[in-house]
Every structure is written in structure tokens, then in C-alpha cells.
Design a protein around this ligand. Structure first.
Ligand SMILES: Cc1ncc(C[n+]2csc(CCOP(=O)(O)OP(=O)(O)O)c2C)c(N)n1
Ligand SMILES: [Mg+2]
Length: 414
């Protein structure tokens, strides 16, 4: 890494901090030339911490000693996340749901970070982290009910699709306004610190999200108060159609850590082993009371921004092809197969099992009716105001007159 200037000098050999320092940048590999055009050999920036080499071999000195059960759990959840995304997009294209946001290509970031947390850590995802919910054990039925906004949706249809929340898993309700989750995470981290609990908070935002005031406010506060927090910045190189070099003059988002007085590390976001190790180190650091860390996960958004977007109108095809060769699931599978932990036979069985799992969840979620009209007025105030009561009565009367309400919703704009 360049773990930014404040990094501890006492890192153990083989730790992400040391490994990345050893590979410290000699030139700004994230310059416009390489970031926007890609290079023939590798598109990974020189300052990124990695464990899997470009040819998917692993230097024995770098290889972490992880349990077989953990490795296979991570692999299964990466494949499940990909399958869930594919079905989500398909449901939208079939006109069965209104909107979807795929996270294709970002599975290593989601699963590697989620695997580094404990069940009681506080999680503040963005809309592009379904895998974090999946890894923490969210019900697929309940996630799908959010896509329909139906009566089994946790948010009772009041949120956009892909805006999940699971209080029991300590996954906060996802906010559409970019980076608002950063300050929320700092608040939760500070609360845990004040209450002397052992939990840390993790937030996820994108490259575009680093331009938001909430990102700046959150990290300034977290640095000053040593909040037990980890900030995942997923640099997928686009904010809808805006490429990174138009978003900011800062070519390495990890450099922002310096300004907030916290360590930072840039990681190959398509290498789940590196993602896990770097996140684990940051999480452990926060839990020891040593303060926050910023982790820049470098990747490329392989799908559209959302089901309403057509990336072929603006994406850099060279870059897209180059990152396509670095698919995080394929790379991890190659590693597991080389370690004799995985086989093609198991792959076929897993894909079938997960397909059936998602199909079964769709079958139970799709027929769930919409939330009742009466419920629309719940949860606003502890007791309904006279105005709300009148609105409710009017709506119920209108339903009686019309027989039912017809869904006339148009396509989502984002
Ligand atoms: C405060 C705010 N401004 C604008 C938007 C519209 N918007 C939704 S997603 C998005 C792009 C975010 O890009 P990035 O942070 O890189 O995350 P990514 O979508 O790549 O995961 C924008 C501009 C918004 N939701 N909130
Ligand atoms: Mg982005």
C-alpha cells in the first residue's frame, strides 16, 4: 500500500501493510493514461496490495493461511451474489420488477469485506452491495420482496428496489443519497466506542461518493475522534457515466486518507484474498481502539450503473475487456482448483443448487401482495395526526370507488 503516512511501523511480515509498502509506487500508475485506456499487460495500479498474481499464481510468502471452510464459504457467496444479480436484471428486463442495480465484477469486494466482520459489527452498505447482505445470512425471500416493494418488504415498499435493511443483521437501511451512510457509520462507531462495546462500523461508498460532503465530514470526524470504523471506497472507475478523471483530480483515492489523518491502503478489488486480508487488518485495528482506516478497492464496474443505464454509450471498451480478464470469481476459482479445494464437478452442482435456491425464493416472493393502503400511514408518527387520519380515510374511500388501485408506475429514472 502505501499505507498512508500514519501507518503503524510495527506491522508483521506478510501483512497487507508491509506487502504493499514493499511494492510502493514508483510512478503514478493511476494516471489518466493507464486509468482511462488500460494497458496491455495489467490494468492494476502499481500501488495496489494483491495476493493473487495476474496469472493467478500466489507467492508463497504472501499466501494467507485461511481455513478451507472460510475459503469455500467466500466462494459460494460470490457465486450466489453473481447469480442473484443476474436474476435481478432478468426480472427487470422481463418487466416483473421496475428497477435493478447489478454489482457484477464487485463480488470479491463485497464478500471479502463481509467475511472480515463479526455478526455484531455495524454495516452501512451502498446500493451496490447485495453480497454483503447475502454473506451475513439475509433471507433471499426478504431481499426479493424489497425488489417488489410488497407486503413482506422490510421497508413496506417505501424504499427503492435494492435498498435492503436487516436490523437483526445490523445492516442499516440503504440510503439513495450518496455517501450519507458514511456519517451514519461514524455515528454508530462512536456510539459503540462510548458504550465500550467491542463492535466496529464499516461503510461502503463509490469513487463518485468521495466527492460528497458527507464523505468529507464523516472521515474528518472519524480521524479526529479515532472512531472504530472502516471506510470501503469501491473505485469502480465510474459514477454512472462520469469516469474517475472527470470526477476528481485525485488519481489515487487512497491518498485522501492522508488528509484525514488515518491509514489508507489501495487493494486489488478483484482479488478476494487481498480484500479479506486488508479488511481484516483494518477491522482488527479499529477493534483494538487504534482508529479508522480507508481502503480503496480498485475494480471496474462491469455492468450498467442500473437497469436504466446503457454503458455502451460511454464506457472505455479497452478497459472493459482488460478487467473482464480479471473476473474475481474466475480468479478465485482458479486458485481454489490449484489448491485442490474445488473441482468442476462441485462447480456444476453449486451452480444448479444456487439457481434452484433463487428460483424457489422468487416463487414465494413474487405473489406476495402489495402493502395495504392503511399501512402507508403507519410509522410516520407514534400516533397518527388528524391530517394523516383524514388522508387515510380519503384514500380508503377512493379505493372503494375505484375497486382497486392500478400500478401506473413509469420506468425508474436513475
Ligand atoms: C447526493 C446524490 N447526488 C446524486 C445522486 C444520483 N446518483 C445516484 S448513483 C450516482 C453515482 C455514484 O457513483 P459512485 O459513488 O462511484 O458509486 P457506484 O454507482 O459506481 O457504485 C449518482 C450521481 C444521488 N443518489 N445522491
Ligand atoms: Mg463508481
Amino acid at each position: 500500500m502505501e499505507m498512508a503516512q500514519t501507518a503503524s511501523k510495527k506491522k508483521k511480515a506478510g501483512s497487507p501493510a508491509r506487502a504493499a509498502r514493499a511494492k510502493a509506487v514508483t510512478k503514478s500508475a493511476g494516471s489518466k493514461a493507464s486509468a482511462s485506456k488500460g494497458t496491455a499487460k495489467s490494468v492494476l495500479r502499481d500501488d495496489c496490495f494483491f495476493i493473487l498474481n495476474e496469472n493467478n499464481t500466489v507467492d508463497a510468502k504472501r499466501e494467507p493461511k485461511l481455513d478451507k471452510a472460510l475459503l469455500l464459504r467466500m466462494y459460494r457467496n460470490m457465486v450466489l451474489t453473481r447469480a442473484y444479480d443476474e436474476r435481478g436484471m432478468m426480472l427487470q428486463r422481463q418487466g416483473r420488477i421496475g428497477f435493478y442495480v447489478p454489482s457484477t465484477g464487485q463480488e470479491a469486494i463485497q464478500i471479502g469485506t463481509a467475511a472480515a466482520l463479526t455478526p455484531t459489527d455495524w454495516v452501512f452498505p451502498s446500493y451496490r452491495e447485495p453480497g454483503v447482505c447475502i454473506y451475513r445470512g439475509a433471507s433471499l425471500h426478504t431481499m426479493l420482496c424489497n425488489l417488489w416493494g410488497n407486503a413482506d418488504d422490510v421497508s413496506k415498499g417505501r424504499q427503492m428496489p435494492v435498498h435492503y435493511s436487516f436490523a437483526d443483521l445490523r445492516i442499516f437501511s440503504i440510503s439513495s443519497p450518496i455517501s450519507t451512510q458514511v456519517i451514519q457509520a461514524v455515528g454508530a462507531a462512536m456510539a459503540a466506542k462510548i458504550k465500550k462495546e467491542n463492535d466496529i462500523a464499516i461503510s461502503y461508498n463509490g469513487d463518485g461518493g468521495t466527492s460528497e460532503n458527507d464523505f468529507h465530514t464523516g472521515l474528518t470526524f472519524a480521524g479526529a475522534y479515532k472512531a472504530p470504523a472502516v471506510f470501503i471506497v469501491t473505485n469502480n472507475q465510474y459514477a454512472i457515466s462520469v469516469p474517475l478523471h472527470k470526477q476528481t483530480a485525485c488519481t489515487r483515492l487512497v491518498d485522501k486518507a492522508i488528509g484525514y489523518g488515518m491509514p489508507g491502503i489501495a487493494v486489488d478489488g478483484n482479488d478476494v484474498l487481498a480484500v479479506y486480508m486488508a479488511t481484516k487488518e483494518a477491522v482488527d485495528r479499529a477493534r483494538r481502539g487504534e482508529g479508522p482506516t480507508l481502503i480503496e478497492m480498485l475494480t471496474l464496474r462491469m455492468g450498467p450503473h442500473s437497469s436504466s443505464d446503457d454503458p455502451t454509450r460511454y464506457r472505455d471498451e479497452e478497459l472493459f475487456k482488460a478487467w473482464g480478464k480479471r473476473d474475481p470469481i474466475e480468479r478465485f476459482k482458479t486458485y481454489l482448483t490449484s489448491k485442490k479445494l474445488w473441482s468442476e464437478k462441485e462447480e456444476v452442482a453449486l451452480k444448479e443448487e444456487l439457481k434452484a435456491l433463487i428460483s424457489a425464493a422468487i416463487e414465494t416472493a413474487e405473489p406476495v401482495p402489495p402493502p395495504s393502503v392503511e399501512e402507508l400511514f403507519d410509522d410516520v408518527y407514534a400516533e397518527k395526526t388528524a391530517q394523516l387520519k383524514k388522508q387515510e380515510a380519503d384514500l380508503v374511500k377512493e379505493r372503494e370507488l375505484r375497486g382497486k388501485f392500478i400500478n401506473t408506475s413509469e420506468a425508474f429514472p436513475l
